[in-house]
Design a protein around this ligand. Structure first.
Ligand code: UDP
Length: 195
């Protein structure tokens, strides 16, 4: 798929179905090569401007999809490109529908109790395996401990929901320790799954 630049950030021209196929290939790779996914939205564009680490984490992500119509509209107006949407929620739901018990999901982020509820609902509705759960309120001094917890869990899908910026930087900075084939910074998705 082609990649374009929008407000100094990369954006992949890829729809939901092709995104799910690509992530499926990453999940199936026996080498378990770590990959990071960013679902680009206007908040990321604005917040990453004054935050070089955040901008770099987006720059270095393996896949950057258009989360919503704001990005689709900007790509059309500024780059004359038709970019399909592949929203974070649809990606996560699609992966769970396609892979079910083939997923071992680590739910990282949100307030204590929220990731637990998300995990329960995902297991009930899609039959996914739950590799681990951790809330999203810890300081940088605990990053390594949490990254090692995720690594030891054997997860093949990491949903990181710690707010825009923190979640993308965490996934990118610790990708080598995390070692999870598919890691998605997915903000409110965990809250939505929690219901
Ligand atoms: N969150 C978190 N740790 C933080 C900040 C936020 O786990 O330090 C969680 C928050 O509980 C929510 C999600 O991240 O589940 C998105 O938070 P918010 O909407 O405040 O962040 P945004 O993405 O809008 O910056």
């Amino acid at each position: 798929h082609p990649r374009l630049r929008l407000f100094d950030l990369p954006l992949d021209v890829i729809d939901l179905s092709d995104t799910l196929t690509l992530l499926g290939a990453w999940l199936a790779d026996p080498a378990r090569t770590p990959h990071t996914v960013v679902t680009l939205n206007p908040e990321i564009i604005v917040q990453s401007r004054g935050h070089p680490e955040f901008a770099q984490a987006v720059q270095d992500a393996d896949l950057i999809t258009a989360d919503g119509v704001g990005i689709v509209y900007a790509a059309k107006q500024l780059r004359q490109q038709d970019v399909p949407r592949a929203p974070g929620f649809d990606i996560v739901k699609g992966l769970m529908e396609r892979h079910g018990a083939g997923l071992r999901v680590f739910f990282l982020g949100a307030k204590p109790g929220v990731a637990e509820a998300a995990a329960q609902h995902a297991a009930r509705d899609y039959g996914v395996g739950v590799a681990g759960i951790h809330h999203g309120y810890f300081g940088p001094e605990e990053d390594e401990r949490v990254a090692q917890l995720v690594a030891a869990s054997g997860a093949n899908l990491l949903l990181t929901a710690m707010g825009a910026g923190r979640q993308e930087v965490f996934n990118q900075q610790w990708r080598g320790v995390l070692g999870v084939p598919v890691m998605i910074g997915c903000g409110g998705v965990v809250d939505v799954l929690a219901g």
